[in-house]
Design a protein around this ligand. Structure first.
Ligand code: PLP
Length: 390
């Protein structure tokens, strides 16, 4: 029997370099991994109890496909109070299966096969396969020369350099995985106005918004409401990665179309998790504060140690990653560095190359780990650097 060929885009999709590396080093006995973007905190107790109560109270049926109305009302209030956006709970907020499904839905909604989307890089690599599956080409914009900030000049230059591309939109993420950079009001406004000038949609992944350290998070939804899908969720703010609750927010003309995609992708998010989400947003609106305080301490510790070892690194404004430039004197590429570090000192970090153009020469450290692990990691990194220095 011969079968018809599968979707021709599939061979272009690999298991992410992060996952591959993480799996391969897991075989090394005693390996200490600062690889994944997963909060090391547990879901707050009151949210877990709400989940248990939901099971006992038989919240075991489908919700409407857009999500539990109470959860959408809670999200409307939460994001309005925190960031000043005011999405209508009935028509402008969709409850999704994590931020990932919100991203997939947004990309499918705005894209035609053959379109291109601008992607500032280094970037969270999860976006790229979603573009590929939609037959959309990513056009990377290397931000390594502008402190990892996407500027209007870079956008203009990229559009001018790709006159034949059908550029449909931009994907942005701040606070950023992998750089920890966030955008301030002037930068958000500048991107909003250039998107308008070129009639581009914006998909703004704000999943780390509650982990913005000193500044206030500025949502793209405030400045480019008409053309923006805002993506958020409970994975990072409430340490609820496994519950899979996200939000896709936008003006009703965009959400009306997105609903169709979402409905046939997943029907609806898990009812029990949605009930727990109501508790998280209404009674745990500030749950992220405790985690944030811990992340700030960890950032300060690892940042100071890296500087002392001779790494060049921007001090993160949010999220829980450091993106550090390998000291020139070591003459090492990123992959070579991370592999040797894992083999010789049993410390796993991610090569900057996993995050697209502009990442060579860098490593990413996730500090969503205990202070004890971070101290041990710094010790191992120091030993590695010493072993490579004449
Ligand atoms: N967006 C970014 C920038 C991320 O770093 C991650 C996870 O690491 C996600 C989205 C995925 O979020 P979720 O687990 O809610 O799907």
């Amino acid at each position: 029997m011969t079968l018809q060929p599968l979707n021709e885009q599939l061979p272009a999709i690999e298991v992410s370099e992060i996952r591959q590396f993480d799996e391969s080093v897991s075989k090394i006995p005693g390996i200490l991994k600062l690889t994944l973007g997963e909060p090391d905190f547990n879901t707050p107790e009151h949210v877990k109890q709400a989940g248990i109560a939901a099971i006992q109270e038989n919240y075991s049926h489908y919700t409407g496909m857009v999500g539990d109305p109470e959860l959408r009302a809670a999200a409307q209030h939460f994001f309005k109070t925190k960031y000043g956006t005011d999405y209508d709970a009935a028509d402008e907020i969709l409850v999704t299966v994590g931020a990932t499904e919100a991203l997939a839905t947004a990309i499918t909604t705005i894209s035609d096969p053959g379109d291109a989307i601008l992607v500032p890089s280094p970037i969270y690599p999860g976006y790229i396969p979603l573009l590929t599956l939609n037959h959309v080409t990513p056009i990377y914009i290397d931000t390594s020369k502008t402190d990892f900030v996407l500027t209007p000049e870079l956008i203009e230059a990229t559009i001018a350099a790709n006159p034949d591309a059908k550029i449909k939109g931009i994907i942005l993420n701040y606070p950023s995985n992998p750089t920890g950079v966030t955008y301030h009001a002037a930068e958000v406004k500048a991107i909003a106005s250039i998107a308008e000038a070129h009639d581009l949609y914006i998909i703004c992944d704000e999943i780390y918004s509650e982990l913005t350290y000193d500044a206030t998070h500025i949502s793209m939804g405030r400045y480019a409401y008409d053309r923006t899908f805002v993506v958020n969720g409970l994975s990072k703010s409430h340490a609820m990665t496994g519950w899979r609750i996200g939000f896709l927010m936008g003006p009703r003309h965009l959400i009306a179309e997105a609903k169709k995609v979402h409905q046939y992708l997943v029907t609806a998010a898990t009812t029990i998790a949605q009930r727990a989400g109501i508790e998280a947003l209404t009674k745990g609106a500030d749950d992220a504060q405790v985690m944030k305080a811990a992340y700030i301490k960890r950032r300060d510790f690892v940042y100071a140690a890296l500087i002392q070892m001779g790494f060049e690194v921007a001090r993160p404004d949010g999220a829980f990653y450091l993106f550090a430039k390998i000291p020139e004197r070591l003459h090492m590429h990123s992959r070579e560095f991370t592999q040797a570090l894992a083999n010789e000192q049993k410390l796993a970090l991610i090569s900057g190359t996993a995050f697209g153009p502009g990442g060579e020469g860098y490593i990413r450290i996730s500090y969503a780990a205990s202070m004890d692990d971070l101290k041990e990691a710094v010790k191992r990194l120091r030993a590695f650097i010493a072993s490579r220095t004449d």
